[in-house]
Structures are given as structure tokens and as C-alpha cells.
Design a protein around this ligand. Sequence first.
Ligand code: URA
Length: 260
Amino acid sequence: MAGQRLDKFLANAGCGTRSEVKQLLKKGLVTVNGAPAGKPEQKIDPEKDEVFCRGLPVSLEQYRYFMLYKPAGYLSATEDRRQPVVLDLLQEKRKKELFPVGRLDIDTEGLLLLTNDGGLAHDLLSPKKHVDKTYFAKIRGQVTEEDCGKFAEGLEIGEKKRTMPARLVIRRVYEEEPGSLEEAKGRERIGQADIFTDVEVTICEGKFHQVKRMFEAVGKKVVYLKRLSMGTLRLDQHLEPGEYRSLTEAELAGLRETLN
Ligand code: URA
């Protein structure tokens, strides 16, 4: 019979991981069209069959997941009296249920997940899960292999503990003229180009201003920061800053697997 596996359907609807869902089935907590559900591989038609878990209807509509290309200038919050927030960028019904999973600084751009699934958000942010976050960063100054070594060892950034090891990859070192005469004067460097380095950095924690503070710890400054990925989820290259789209089933399943 065609259709979707019951365990996959339940996991995608946010009822738990595939193994948690198996337990729910074993305990008889799931019904399909009023009858106790059978095996995890039982096939169902999500459009027609009525699935209940712990007495509550399960539908893929229950939880919603969006990837937003956060532009600079928006707070990663649901509301604020003074500044625009990322939720302002969404045109969705029942928008008030949605919230950003974690925070990007107001001047940071890139991948931000918005959802109403508190369980998934909690797991993605849990320090125990070590979900990788990769950023593109433009750094003032020349980033060296020595810096990469220091990132790999973990850095003192003024917290109780050092940061966990981070992966730093140098993409490009280049010179750029100062943006304006004022800027040049301010730094008494008229006529001299500045050196910048483009890097990719992967961290598995989410401490406040973490990437910026890690570069400060090696004497350098982040001048642009953009998140490229979170776990297996990558920012869609077809999105422009301020645009968003729903996650695909495969993206959602990938994220859940990251957490297993
Ligand atoms: N690290 C930072 O410093 N800022 C961000 O927005 C994200 C990670």
C-alpha cells in the first residue's frame, strides 16, 4: 500500500525522534482512525487518515518551520518597542506563535530558523547537543594558521570555561582601501590599504557574541558576520536578505537526525 510510514510521519510532526516514536507506538499511545496503531512501518495517508498521539490529533500543520535570511538591522526577537524584529519580516497567519531559534546579533546576517516547535528549538540550542553553526566572517587584519590552531584548542573569552574547539578556515587574504577619508584619518592611515581576511568558522556552542569575542581574543575584529548553516540546515542560496521559505521535509528530517 502506498503512503507514508507512521513513525516518519509522527517524527516529522514533532512527536519525537524515530526511537521515541517507536516507544509511543509500543506503549499504545498512538491511534489511526480510532484503532490502536500497529508497527512503526505501518503506512498511513497523511491527507486522509486521522492520527492521534496521547489523545491529541497529530498533523503536519501543527508545527511550522521557516528558514529566514536575516538581514542586518533586525533584532532576533518576537517584539521590541524600538527596533524592528525578525518576525516583522514574515507574512504568515498565526505569526505570534513563531519565534527565532537562538539569536543572531542585530548586525549579523544569515540563516535563522523560526518555528513554533519548542521541543526542537530547545534541542537545537541545548549545550549538550553541540550543534555546529558555521559562519562566514570578514576580519580586519591577517588571520594566520596560528589563529586556526588557537581556535582549534579553544579560547579564553572571559567565561568560566574556555570555548569548545572551533574550526577556522582561511578563505582569502586581501587589501582594501579605507571606506572613507574620515575612516582613514581616524586611524591615521591615509594612503595605506587595510588587510582583511575572509574566513569560515564553525562553533558548536552559542555564547553571547561568541564569534566576535573569539576573534577579539586573538587581537582581531569581525567587520561582517553571516551564518551559513546550523546542523545540516544550510541557508538557501536563492534567498535574498529579508526573504524566507518553509523547510522541506528532508531538511527537517536532517535537523532531527543531527539531534539523535
Ligand atoms: N557570534 C557572534 O559574535 N554574533 C552572532 O550573531 C553569532 C555568533
